[in-house]
Design a protein around this ligand. Sequence first.
Ligand SMILES: Nc1ncnc2c1ncn2[C@@H]1O[C@H](COP(=O)(O)OP(=O)(O)O)[C@@H](O)[C@H]1O
Ligand SMILES: [Mg+2]
Length: 326
Amino acid sequence: MRLVEIEDLHVSFSQHDGLVQAVRGVSFGLDSGESLGIVGESGSGKSVTCAALLRLLREPPAKITAKTLSLSGHSVLGISNRAISTLRGRVAAMVFQDPMTSLDPVFTIGHQIAETILAHRKVTKREALAQAVELLRRVEIKNPGAVTNYYPHQLSGGMLQRAMIAMALSCEPDVLIADEPTTALDVTIQAQILQLIKDIQAETGMGLIMITHDLGVIAETVDRVVVMYGGKVMETGPVEAIFSAPLHPYTRALLNSVPGQTAGKQRLVEIAGSSPNPSHPPAGCPFHPRCPLAVAECRQTAPPLETKAAGRQAACIRVAAEMVAA
Ligand SMILES: Nc1ncnc2c1ncn2[C@@H]1O[C@H](COP(=O)(O)OP(=O)(O)O)[C@@H](O)[C@H]1O
Ligand SMILES: [Mg+2]
């Protein structure tokens, strides 16, 4: 049984001036112990995909449809609020870029972690607080006992993100979903937090979904990658394969826009053109207006995600031709 199964997910938001088609037919899965990166430029539908999976979107304005949308075999479509809150935390827990979306400024860190534990487990308040201290120690916060009495504003950005990870781990989730967890942090702290997440994953064997616009983060932390663009999956495959021989022209463009090892000397090449307007997505392949290889058919028909090599899929009719040419 897969930890996460997403098949043909569509998410739209109705607004006064029309429909925002944020996710348009996304499919992917996650097996236990596996780590998956979801990468793509801002606005490609990464966060909405995972928020839909945990049913964190307000419906309406959001409308979610899918052939399959499940966590550890439980469908989250048409599920009660109570049932989804049990799955959240226990089966899948999420860490966000901005800790203050999940932390309440008026309660101490210890109180908030203990409350999460109490919501899911039959333990006393005292036991929950003791577990909160242990969790803070696990995320390498110094003086965890003292930190339980701190309020969020008393912690640095890196410490807050560690506290968020502690909270997410409090119910021993089968899968941790981290949405740009280090984007707001400086490079050194970012590396430490990614290492921490990797270590915890190795130790617990939990599944990991790492959402990021930063390919560098992906390279360091995951086994498999899903590349998203314009609310669709462009390419998926093992991380080494994606980096050494990207199939989709969008993945190539994304890799070219990352400064290399000699960062500073090398210029960052931006992908020419702008990403699609989700209120009026282009017909055909969403990348065709920016794609150097686009032909007439790309403008008319959205290519399906097809297996192009062992363990590798891409949604591009030009992949085979391009690989021969390369
Ligand atoms: N609540 C919402 N209402 C309307 N549009 C939204 C809402 N949330 C996200 N969107 C739109 O959906 C698209 C995908 O957003 P998102 O998943 O957050 O992108 P990403 O995480 O890849 O940067 C964006 O165009 C965004 O503006
Ligand atoms: Mg996002």
